[in-house]
Design a protein around this ligand. Structure first.
Ligand code: ADP
Ligand code: MG
Length: 519
């Protein structure tokens, strides 16, 4: 090779290398975690997010905040992915994961400044992570009854704006909902749906044993309630079929005109006839139903809904055991479903369809009410988290004490273990333990306590019995208390996932020493 330079990058590619790359990545990661830090815990603040089109979201949910923020920096983007992974895997703990990842980065930065090699940090963090995971497992209680499940559900909701409905009422609803779909093959989490309906008080939020759809009856002369209903779910428009474009035929006599009109009439009547012949009482169509076929359906006493949301149609089919069909004419018995009752209920000036007691599968819907969409949206997020944590507690290893107790116990275990680690890796293990402290420290701070005193008291309390000293927020302030007695419990899976995903992101970012970006 001669002295000629080889250009592998295009002219407008940007490149940062070595310590510059590292510190810019770490700064970006820390900035993201700093942005959500103040929302952690029951007294966490809300963020108001305004999109470029002016849409406003008010939330305290880490994943929502990070998703809505317009984050461009690639390393910062990785932290958003941590929150997304956390949301995807366990449905809660997104702020915890992002804050921990940020703190792990911040500690890594200090080690790098002290000339600890990135590989040593990565290995030390990995070792510490395994100790942390063991510590979580040791604290877990998998012997769950409804009371404990309600406590986990409630813990996940504290701090979220729930309007004028108590988290206690919601927690009870969540546990009942999960109980409904808990079968031999585990929990069918997807069969629990949340439907929001703005207008009305959030205390009117209720559990419906079935599916709720936005669809309205298509004709006023239809029954509004059908018991023991035979159900068809169709993906077909009920109207005159436009077979050929510009199909035009000339009418030369009155007879021909009548014949043409008769033909159209019988075509429109055919939908109602086919459904009536099949014994259908209620039909849901994902397409439109024109006025005239609607009239024929009403005349047959059939309750029909049009423009049903695809997702809702799927849920209705699954609950009732119906198979979706695209041709009513060829409807077969086996394609029909059943439900104990189907009714249209009026909410303000809107109707909702309720499909209750489907004969094929247990499906439940939490019908969320609230004065405004901001309230119902935040309630919907709170309920989604809560349904997820109850599922995670039941399916993935029980619950651990919340309020920072588990984190204090984990940090202690890791710190203890650090003493036995050889060489510089020990520094990384210790740094990991210190990083975990950020979670109880932040909880203390966000509940108005002195973070340093809080941490010291927690450590002391934790010495006697690991996991039994926590920040307990009640009313306006926090104090040190027993989380188990106070009913503050989190799923073990949420803590495990947070430790895993935060470590992964932090080590990945710390390892990068070269950023090459195409313009
Ligand atoms: P995340 O997005 O990580 O779930 P949250 O804002 O939901 O963040 O806060 C979760 C933390 O708040 C958990 O550590 C949980 O144990 C704690 N927590 C919940 N309720 C209370 C309470 N009443 N007192 C103290 N800590 C609580
Ligand atoms: Mg939470």
């Amino acid at each position: 090779m001669g002295g000629r330079p080889v250009f592998v990058l295009s002219d407008d590619a940007e490149r940062t290398q070595g310590e510059d790359a590292q510190s810019s990545n770490i700064a970006a990661g820390k900035a993201v975690s700093e942005a959500v830090r103040t929302t952690l815990g029951p007294r966490g603040m809300d963020k108001m997010l305004v999109s470029d089109t002016g849409d406003v979201t008010i939330t305290n949910d880490g994943a929502t905040i990070l998703d809505t923020m317009d984050i461009e920096h690639p390393a910062a983007q990785m932290l958003v992915e941590v929150a997304d992974a956390q949301e995807e895997e366990v449905g809660d703990g997104t702020t915890t994961a992002a804050v921990l990842a940020g703190e792990l980065l911040s500690k890594a930065e200090r080690l790098l400044d002290d000339d600890v090699h990135p590989t040593t940090i990565v290995e030390g963090y990995a070792e510490a992570r395994d100790i942390a995971l063991d510590a979580v497992d040791d604290l877990a209680d998998a012997d769950l009854d409804d009371d404990l499940l309600e406590q986990v559900a409630e813990t996940s909701m504290t701090g979220k704006g729930t309007g004028d409905v108590t988290t206690e009422t919601l927690a009870d609803l969540v546990v009942r909902a999960i109980g409904h779909v808990d079968g031999e093959d585990g929990i069918a989490r997807d069969d629990v749906r949340v439907h929001t309906q703005a207008g009305g008080s959030s205390s009117a939020t209720e559990l419906v044993e079935g599916v709720v759809s936005d669809a309205e009856p298509v004709h006023e002369n239809m029954p509004r309630r059908v018991e023991h209903a035979t159900v068809a779910v169709v993906d077909e428009a009920f109207g005159v079929r436009e077979t050929e474009i510009d199909a035009e035929y000339s009418v030369e006599s009155v007879d021909q005109l009548t014949a043409a009109m008769d033909a159209e009439e019988s075509e429109l009547r055919a939908y109602a006839d086919a459904l009536a012949d099949a014994g259908v009482d209620v039909v849901f169509s994902t397409d439109s139903i024109d006025d005239r076929p609607a009239g024929f359906l009403a005349a047959e006493g059939i309750l029909a809904f049009e423009d049903v949301d695809d997702d809702e149609a799927r849920a209705i089919a699954s609950a009732t055991g119906a198979t979706r069909t695209s041709k009513v004419e060829d409807l077969e018995d086996a394609e029909l479903g059943g439900a104990d009752a189907i009714r249209a209920r009026t909410f303000g000036d809107e109707d909702l369809a309720f499909v209750e007691g489907g004969s094929a599968a247990e499906a439940v819907t939490v019908l969320v009410r609230g004065g405004t969409e901001h309230v119902t949206d935040e309630l919907e997020r709170a309920l989604a988290d809560s349904l997820d944590v109850v599922t995670a507690a039941l399916e993935s290893g029980g619950v651990v004490p919340g309020g920072g107790a588990t984190e204090i116990a984990v940090a202690d275990r890791v710190r203890e273990a650090a003493a036995g680690v050889e060489g510089r890796q020990q520094l990384a293990v210790e740094a990991f333990a210190d990083a975990v402290d950020v979670l109880p420290r932040t909880l203390a701070e966000n509940t108005g306590m002195d973070p340093i005193d809080g941490l010291v008291d927690l450590r002391t309390g934790n010495e006697d019995e690991p996991g039994r000293a926590a920040i307990v927020a009640s009313g306006e302030h926090g104090e040190i208390g027993d989380p188990v007695e106070a009913g503050i419990l989190d799923p073990a899976a949420v803590k495990r996932e947070a430790v895993e995903s935060a470590t992964e992101a932090a080590t990945m970012i710390a390892r990068i020493d070269d950023v090459i970006s195409a313009e």
